[in-house]
Design a protein around this ligand. Structure first.
Ligand SMILES: [Zn+2]
Length: 260
């Protein structure tokens, strides 16, 4: 039943998601440049004016200032409020699915990291080790406290997640002499296997390959360029992981029942 306290909690979760989304924007911009994500505070990239707190309210400030710096009028990308909104929606969906539980907190943290990974991979075609390597350790650590998937499945997920993409990476390198996907993708899948367990790994590989091929083919058709287009694979792995968090076990059961 939907009660007033429930609606209030959902609203608070949404706000917290937006505020954290604002911090994720800082991480997306600064981590690839090896800048500190703590200080200094947000600044206008054109005139260097520090963004004051009342101009730094997620989504709202961007709308009020119509995406412009109060000092010099330089434009701020619409991506900033969109990342905040995206993270807020993901937090809200996780809350509706899991309630205020430990899995909610763990998945909220994971999803936030994945938002950062996605946009950094889009911009720079890299997945920072600063996220994936601690993520592997953290995923394994929290598996001791979560009801699912258990530490053994988490450990197996790390090994198989890393191993399967590393295999693809080296096979492609050996066959073509070129690097197909980055080694960062293997570390990302290891992290996802650590958080979500062994059975998530084939699910994520399958869905990300499917969506990635469809997207890749449409991009190629639109651009009419050669086939050696560098398309980051990280965002598709992230898509598969988020799909798994919400529907994975349900989809796997549905698929297994199809075979009978
Ligand atoms: Zn400015």
């Amino acid at each position: 039943m939907i009660t007033l306290p429930f609606l209030y909690m959902a609203f608070v979760v949404f706000l917290v998601g937006a505020v954290i989304g604002s911090f994720l924007n800082v991480c997306i911009y600064r981590m690839p440049l090896d800048q500190s994500i703590i200080s200094p505070g947000s600044r206008c990239m054109s005139c260097g004016t520090a963004v004051r707190w009342f101009d730094n309210i997620p989504v709202i400030s961007w709308l009020l200032l119509r995406g412009r710096c109060r000092g010099c009028g330089a434009g701020f990308s619409i991506r900033y409020p969109l990342v905040e909104l995206l993270n807020a929606c993901l937090f809200l969906l996780l809350f509706l699915r899991f309630g205020l539980t430990l899995p909610f907190l763990v998945y909220a943290l994971l999803v936030s990291a994945l938002v950062v990974v996605t946009f950094i991979d889009f911009d720079h075609q890299i997945i920072p080790d600063e996220i994936s390597l601690p993520g592997i350790g953290l995923g394994f650590l929290v598996s001791f406290f979560l009801p699912e998937p258990g530490w053994l499945s988490s450990l197996a997920g790390i090994i198989v997640g890393w191993g399967s993409l590393a295999l693809v990476f080296y096979a492609y390198l050996w066959l073509t002499g070129r690097e197909g996907m980055g080694g960062g993708d293997a570390k990302l899948l290891a992290m996802l296997g650590g958080f979500l367990g062994l059975q998530a790994v084939p699910f994520i590989i399958f869905t990300s390959s499917l969506v990635g091929s469809l997207a890749g083919l449409s991009i190629m058709a639109l651009q009419r360029k050669g086939r050696h287009l560098a398309i980051p694979f990280g965002p598709y792995l992230v898509f598969g992981a988020i799909l798994y968090i919400f529907y994975g076990p349900w989809l796997i059961n549905w698929y297994l029942r199809l075979g009978k």
